[in-house]
Design a protein around this ligand. Sequence first.
Ligand code: AHR
Length: 512
Amino acid sequence: MTNPELKEALMAKARIAVDAYRPIGQIDRRMYGVLVEHMGRCVYTGIFEPDHPTADEHGLRQDVMGLVRELGITVARYPGGNFVSNYRWEDGIGPVAERPTRRELAWHSTEPNSFGLDEFMEWCRQAEVEPMMAINLGTRGEEDAVNILDYTNGELGTQYSDMRRDNGHAEPYNVRMWCLGNEMDGPWQVGHKNAEDYAYLAGSTARAMKMMDQDLELVACGSSAWEMPTFGDWERTILDLNYDEVDYISMHRYVDPDVQDRASFLAAGYDMDRFIDGVIATADAVGAKKRSDKKIKISVDEWNVWRLAEWNSMEHGFATDDWPFAPKRIEDVYTGADALALGGMLISLLRHADRVKAACIAQLVNVIAPIMTEKGGRAWRQTTFYPFSIGSRIARGTAYDAVVETARTSTERYGEVDQLDAVVTWDKETGTGSLLALNRSLTEPVDLSAALASLGVSRVVKAQILAPEDLDAVNTADNPDAVAPVPHAVELSDGVLTTTLPPASWLAVELA
Ligand code: AHR
């Protein structure tokens, strides 16, 4: 054998084949959501900064708005996060000068309430995204849930709907999706509850809300993390009591690069698969016991990469007496490796498109976010911006399981995992699709061959790859493009796409 032949023979291989008659499921448009929380600088000096040179008459930063549109988000969950569990939504409506300033317990800061529900709805209108509201089941309950629902969606003629009109918004906002609290399984949550107490409160709140509007889509809190000691029992208890009342169970997943070897970190999609499969198994076990035909949907309404050291230090309370306004909190600066892990998590979400019907990257700006800003200054894209923005643009329609054969790669945490992870999507309406693939190996390239003929693929529109030379490289205000996707060579012949992925790379091919 000559040298090139030997190299070719030794190269790791992966084979993808798609059967158009065996889809996973329809990708819900809510797959590309975000969390907008009153936390740190996500709202204040993030999306909202009245004094910023680009702010419009509503105080909304238009430089950020441009990046938000480019990110391609479809739904935004608001106002938290942990924040919501001590929030009085009425504080954030009406004349700004009359709104109260309060101590905010979840993040130990001062909340001026100059941004509230109506400002958020204006932001959603401009960003062309669907609002997803979370209600406070930490310190409040059924009555306030019904009041905010009436303020948000009610036809005029009641105290709260008329209040909305008096605040300048006669038309109901018609918000469909509502989260029944946030992370109520977490001892850090204001008003944290055990599973039984939360199950009763969520159920009675859901019933009251559906008495107002039976077509609402309600999300019960699932587990804040796979590691929660209550995971499994929590979901079972909540769904056992509320299977008919709720439509979704939530799950939150953050992966921390600093507590694992890099190979395991790049397998973050494997970790996500495991968690989602566990939630599906638990929900379906309850459904089977009830002999129900209904399938509970999953809302992964917080997911991301997050270096948790700062949070862990906060867990013991904030040992300070000050209550800052819009302080810098968990402003993680993302690396090239972080973008790859996030791309892998996105592949996992799409692979579960039959059950994951909503997902929100958390959060949107500054706070563990794809977009960063300076107060009064610039805005830029973090490395993690790219897998999300590319996915949201090209991975639509129907998802197909893809990998039939691949070399394996070693990780400390999970042992051997597939070296190549991938998902294929195809949108019949537009005749376009995508192949998203991650090479999880830190050292080995992989030769990929993908049989896509059954979808009718005849053309590659664009192929781009994230393959950071330096996995620790980051994007900053001064060097905003250090990590960005670049064009990649792929061949398509008779419906078979071939290419080579370098080690540690995330490929996105747009097909037609
Ligand atoms: O996104 C940051 C925080 O993470 C959210 O407020 C909370 O829901 C989760 O613990």
